[in-house]
Write a protein that binds this ligand. Structure first.
Ligand code: TYD
Length: 206
């Protein structure tokens, strides 16, 4: 299902491994955009009461979901967010900036956990009903740098360097397959430069 009625080019996902600086960049881009436009900022997993409860299961070190249970929980939280927040905001003409998206599931569960990118995509599509990011900003950073910058280590982000290296490789290969959707930015440089590059890409620089 696609949603040609929605302005999906205003639905912008920020992706990358831990320590890539997504949260800072999202905050800064939102502040720049909100100067002249309405912006909704969300994060995955979470962003709705239902999603935040699923998030606590997913990131709890005491929980041990199987890889497929993990993938389906992420997909469930995301389906709720798409229906409850993202689609209505886009319908209202707002920008929606998201800290992670379905592409994290493709890279972490599809690549990192080895479930397969196509397989994970297939279980996400029905719940999203075409509410799919039109732009994906991939903040690309070396695994060692990302791990060194990591502030909070959660159940999945703490899987180790080999896991994150597979996640990073999967992000890059998806970006290469979807060049019209992805903008890949070297995230080792100054935040000001990253924010400027994102705004230019969105056609919102000033
Ligand atoms: P997040 O809270 O965004 O952490 P970070 O600060 O590292 O970006 O994400 C929590 C963890 O969940 C992170 O290790 C990435 C992982 N994750 C997945 O494995 N699949 C997904 O679909 C999403 C959205 C996140």
């Amino acid at each position: 299902m696609s949603r040609p009625d929605l302005p999906l080019h205003r639905y912008v996902a920020f992706e990358g491994i831990e320590g890539a600086g997504k949260s800072t960049v999202v905050r800064r881009v939102a502040a720049e955009l909100s100067d002249g436009a309405e912006v909704t900022v969300v994060r995955e997993p979470g962003g709705t009461p239902t999603g935040e409860r699923i998030r606590s299961i997913l990131l709890d070190g005491a929980a041990h979901p199987t890889p497929w249970a993990e993938a389906l929980l992420f997909a469930a939280a995301r389906a709720q967010l798409a229906a409850e927040v993202v689609a209505p905001a886009l319908e209202d003409g707002r920008w929606v900036l998201t800290d992670r998206s379905v592409y994290s599931s493709l890279a972490y569960q599809g690549g990192g956990r080895g479930l397969g990118v196509a397989e994970v995509r297939a279980v996400n599509e029905p719940g999203l009903r075409g509410v799919w990011p039109g732009v994906v900003v991939l903040l690309d950073v070396d695994v060692d740098v990302g791990i060194a910058r990591q502030e909070v280590v959660d159940r999945i982000g703490g899987e180790g360097a080999a896991f994150l290296a597979t996640v990073a490789t999967t992000f890059r290969s998806i970006a290469a397959q979807e060049p019209e959707r992805f903008v890949v930015i070297d995230a080792s440089g100054p935040v000001d430069d990253i924010v400027a590059a994102v705004l230019t890409h969105l056609g919102a620089s000033r």
